[in-house]
Design a protein around this ligand. Sequence first.
Ligand SMILES: C[S@@+](CC[C@H](N)C(=O)[O-])C[C@H]1O[C@@H](n2cnc3c(N)ncnc32)[C@H](O)[C@@H]1O
Length: 256
Amino acid sequence: MSNWISGRSKLFAEHYDLKYLGPEPGELEFLLRRIEEGGEPVLELGCGTGRNLVPLLERSLDVTGIDVAPDMLEKAREKCEQKGLAADLHIQHMEEFDLPRQFGTIYITSASLSVLDSIDDLKETLSRIYAHLTSGGVAALEFLAPPDLKKIETGAGIWKGGWDDAGDRGVITHRQVYEYDPKTQIRSSAMVFERFVDDQLQESELHTDTMRFWDVAFLEAEMADVGFTDIMTTNIFSDHELPRENTWLNVRARKA
Ligand SMILES: C[S@@+](CC[C@H](N)C(=O)[O-])C[C@H]1O[C@@H](n2cnc3c(N)ncnc32)[C@H](O)[C@@H]1O
């Protein structure tokens, strides 16, 4: 099972929702092109606060979301309620999700396929995705490919941070630090959140997670093993296989 905290992540969710307001430039258009290819209904794995899911619902698309963090899903629910949108959201792990219908398009954003930290979990997730796709359906999955070793090792152990103005809920400060293990290609991070109201500390929270960097050839072979065809890996938000100049990538494929 992946290492994300699935229990309390209140300040993490609040911070995430303040910092990441909606789709990045080009992101929604990329997802809409995949949905055009795969069709509806649509499923997002690790949908978080609904950053992409809500704008897709606003376009009257039939979208379901799953996530392990109740606080993240709560933010998505609140937004749907405010906008009068019906939310089909479930607390489930992507490694073992089980839903009562199949989907034309299944996607993952924010490189969240990398929350999986074991090959068994990756295989299980890919099989679950395949089983939940309709015939001809499309999967588009963002992940992290192995980084420049020198660059990631240079940043390891260094605390970075910032703060968000949460209005009448005060100021939320955050700081984070990571370690990287080149043998497992896993980055482990710790994030500390603190809420201050009138300069007084009100609450704090520790969030830990891991991200595993997947080799492109390995991931594509795992997808082929499950039965996927038309497999291609691109830069995020791009339809073209080359050039792939980032470590932040998207692998997409079709169920035959
Ligand atoms: C970086 S956030 C991305 C959220 C959203 N996809 C976005 O792009 O804004 C990663 C999300 O994955 C969720 N997550 C982590 N492990 C998961 C798992 N095993 N199954 C489902 N969701 C998971 C976290 O709770 C979190 O909401």
